[in-house]
Design a protein around this ligand. Structure first.
Ligand code: 26W
Length: 804
């Protein structure tokens, strides 16, 4: 299509004129963006076709990653980079007087996810393609992704995300591959000879229309597919008001649920879940039968991965297909089904465990409910054989109990593999949350510590650091990120450390400029950039961070001459719209910022910045500029965390608890190059079980805490006096469920150590370097290789293997 910038320019101008009927000087930046996007998508299509053809001909096993969320962010530059045409395009555009950054700016983030779980799915897709592995995503094409956050007077406002307003250049609508998904109705059972036959009658149909997005591998000609389903009215007749039916149908793919911890039990969410799995399974099976003829071999030729329990209905749905459509017997269907699914758990927080009330479930999905009932009965029978008479034990493990369908139980029982996302998380699953299941079938359980794609989070987000790495150790690390270890010998090379410092400084200046533009706040780019960016949740303890900031402020007010290295505290966080407490924390951060940022006495020393509308593209700007990475969840609560890995890879040093993947980070960098504080997971769980923690004691005995808590209610902070009562109550009246006060002293100390370490420039640069050098393990390539070899049983058989 084009192989140098002049060819690119010609093709670009021609496409622009043909596409928009305008001359180049008449075109807008948006016209130019769409032209480029369309051009690149067409450029991709040859490899896309070839990849599919290759899979079809080699008949190799395929993996499908089912997820209710895919948090892709922007794709233009990642695609250009993976295709190896970034420079050609950049230079060609530049000759025309167009900055590629301006076009990138126009592209909306695809924000089809809340946080960690959705972003992980996006990183996994990138790794699958880049490793040349046959793995595809299946999700929902929400018309509105995660809400846009605006801050007004310190309060969060939510605006709908209109990412599709101007069309989406990367998607291809495949109307001919649409499928019908049935809801409601009734099941009729008839006996034909020996067999029972089940028919779903009077169902209301929804048409699922697929939109395919290409997932481009890094420099290897592999293009896998992310198939996103959109809900549209069905041509089948309905028995109700047509306008009402249309509205209800389209609602299914209208909004992403903006909650990442609370299971709300809403019927629309259940509809979304079944919609996703019914449509995906149909298309997976269709393409399987195209490749291979025999449905009975399904589990040898495909693997379906369910990302948390949200797509767990795929299990009874496959049973339904095998039983009702292919007429296999129960035993055989069950064998195939259990050999096909694998499940990842992403949280042990009990409020996040999905449970569907039968009275909602059964009428909406009558045949699926029947199948789950049968699964439950057979499973309980099997348990009875093993634990005769132990009713409680069986009841605790049942799939249906207490009037609800327990999705985690369904997922465990119907899968051949169950994994957690960091070592401690998997251990907690095995000894607590899923203990009984682990005892019953230990062979299913395994750990796969999360990872992130270094191609986005280093190569793309931090080209300056990437160039420095490549100039120093060559570019093997791009294909084998663990090679970043080869940077370790530069630990004592002061010329190299200086260059590292220059890169970090440059990223900090870029972020300072963004903060000035966006927040109107002038910050000192030589101060420590202390960053906490993630969803707002009580267990993540943004509160501990802000309390510590209040403490520093109080100290500086008392003694202006005290030794303190200037710091800029940077927050980015969205709160779920219905999460009242989380929104109070956002307000508190703003009130504290207001107070501190306007006090001339501390002005040069502490700044507090809340960056509005945290999302993938903003993360790409903040993370490379960070010095300190705040990973301060109450130990045992954060399954893994992945922001911790992104920050480490960009040379930030972690201040954190021994929670999630922080534990493995410490193992990699060594105890000297990470700042660990606070209760251990064991200690937290002991308090939770046995009691013995009394937060009031900390209020009475720690004068620092007392002063801070008083300041939340005595008019010290701007705004009404009782604004922060819910926070004070959580700390005092409700006995501080997340041990903020308990960990406060330890946090103050470790933060002081981190501050002193920063003042020793050489020491800090060495710490930073060790974090970068050891971050290769946390590439999602390593994670995906483990999934591929240990769970899925797939390998790279592409014609062109990617190692250059
Ligand atoms: C039912 C509502 C709901 C929605 C989403 C409950 C729970 C979720 C997710 C499981 C929340 C989530 O994103 N979990 C995060 O997954 C990341 C990727 O594995 C981990 O790194 C985070 O620690 C975990 O909180």
């Amino acid at each position: 299509m084009f192989s140098n910038k002049d060819e690119f320019k010609l093709a670009f101008l021609k496409k622009l004129e043909m596409g928009f009927g305008k001359t180049f000087p008449e075109s807008t930046v948006r016209d130019q963006y769409h032209t480029l996007g369309n051009m690149i998508r067409e450029f991709i299509s040859t490899d896309w076709i070839n990849t599919n053809e290759h899979y079809r001909l080699t008949k190799q096993k395929q993996v499908y990653y089912l997820s209710i969320e895919f948090l892709l962010g922007k794709v233009l530059s990642q695609n250009l980079m993976n295709l190896g045409i970034y420079t050609i395009v950049q230079e060609g555009l530049s000759d025309l007087g167009i900055g590629l950054e301006q076009l990138e700016e126009i592209e909306p983030d695809a924000g089809l996810g809340n946080g960690g779980l959705g972003r992980l799915a996006a990183c996994f897709l990138d790794s699958l393609s880049s490793l040349g592995l046959p793995g595809h995503g299946c999700g929902i094409r929400y018309r509105h992704g995660l809400f846009e956050q605006k801050i007004m007077n310190g309060y969060q406002l939510e605006l709908p995300d209109h990412w599709l307003r101007h069309g989406h250049v990367w998607e291809v609508r495949k109307e001919d591959l649409s499928v019908e998904v049935p809801f409601w109705g009734r099941v009729e059972c008839t006996k034909t000879g020996e067999n029972l036959e089940f028919k779903h009658l009077d169902a209301e149909y929804v048409t699922a229309v697929p939109y395919d997005l290409p997932v481009v591998g890094y420099n290897n000609s592999t293009v896998n597919t992310l198939r996103l389903w959109s809900a549209e009215v069905s041509p089948y007749p309905v028995n109700k008001d047509i306008m009402h039916y249309k509205r209800e149908t389209e609602m299914i793919s209208e909004f992403l649920y903006p909650d990442d911890t609370h299971d709300e039990g809403k019927i629309l969410r259940l509809k979304q879940q079944y919609f996703l799995v019914a449509a995906s399974l149909r298309s997976i099976i269709r393409s399987y039968l195209n490749r291979k003829g025999d449905i009975k071999q399904l589990s040898k030729d495909i693997c379906i991965h369910i990302n948390d329990t949200h797509p767990a209905l795929a299990i009874p749905e496959l049973m339904r297909i095998l039983l009702d459509e292919y007429r296999l017997g129960w035993e055989e269907s069950w064998e195939i089904t259990r050999g096909t699914f694998c499940y990842t758990n992403h949280t042990t927080l009990s409020e996040a465990l999905e449970k569907w009330p039968i009275h909602i479930f059964k009428p909406l999905l009558p045949r699926i409910y029947m199948i789950i009932e049968e699964m439950n009965e057979r499973y309980c029978h099997e348990l009875w054989e093993k634990f005769p008479g132990e009713w409680d034990h069986i009841q605790e493990m049942a799939i249906i109990a207490d009037g609800v369908v327990k999705m985690a139980h369904l997922a465990v029982v119907g899968s051949f593999s169950v994994n957690g996302v960091a070592r401690i998380h998997t251990e907690i699953l095995k000894d607590r949350e899923m203990k009984l299941f682990y005892q019953h079938s230990p062979e299913k359980f395994n750990n796969k510590t999360n990872g992130i794609t270094h191609r986005r989070w280093l190569l793309k987000a931090n080209p300056e650091l990437s160039s420095l790495i490549t100039d120093t150790i060559g570019n093997d690390w791009v294909y084998q990120p663990e090679q970043m270890k080869n940077l370790l010998p530069y630990m004592n090379d002061s010329a190299f450390l200086d260059q590292l410092a220059v890169v970090k400084q440059k990223k900090k200046e870029q972020l300072a400029k963004r903060i000035l533009d966006q927040n109107g706040l002038l910050i000192d780019p030589t101060s420590i950039f202390d960053v906490q960016v993630k969803r707002l949740h009580a267990y993540k303890r943004q509160l501990l961070n802000i309390i510590h900031i209040m403490h520093l402020y109080n100290r500086l007010k008392e003694d202006a001459s005290c030794d303190f290295y200037p710091r800029t505290f940077i927050f980015g966080a969205k709160a779920s719209p219905g999460y009242y407490y989380a929104k109070k924390i956002i307000k508190l951060i703003h009130s504290v910022a207001e107070k501190i940022n306007h006090d001339p006495a501390v002005k040069e020393r502490i700044k507090v910045v809340f960056m509005e509308n945290y999302r993938v593209s903003l993360a790409e700007e903040i993370i490379p500029a960070s010095d300190i990475s705040e990973q301060i969840s109450t130990a045992s609560k954060e399954a893994s965390g992945t922001g911790n890995m992104k920050l480490m890879m960009n040379g930030a040093v972690t201040v954190g608890t021994l929670d999630g993947a922080n534990i493995e980070i410490r193992e990699k960098v060594g105890a000297d190059d990470i700042f660990i504080f606070g209760l251990s997971a064991k200690e937290v769980m002991k308090f939770e079980q046995e009691g013995g923690y009394n937060s009031m004691e900390y209020y009475y005995h720690d004068k620092r805490l007392q002063e801070i808590i008083n300041q939340m209610r005595n008019g010290f902070l701007p705004d009404v006096a009782d604004e922060f009562e819910p926070i004070v109550d959580s700390l005092l009246t409700e006995n501080d469920q997340y041990f903020v006060m308990r960990d406060f002293d330890s946090y103050v100390n470790i933060q002081q150590q981190a501050g002193s370490a920063f003042e020793n420039r050489q020491k800090w640069l060495r710490m930073s370097l060790r974090n970068i050098a050891m971050s290769g393990y946390f590439s999602s390539d390593r994670t995906i290789e483990e999934y591929a070899s240990q769970i899925w049983g797939i390998s790279n058989t592409s014609l062109e293997t990617s190692i250059n």
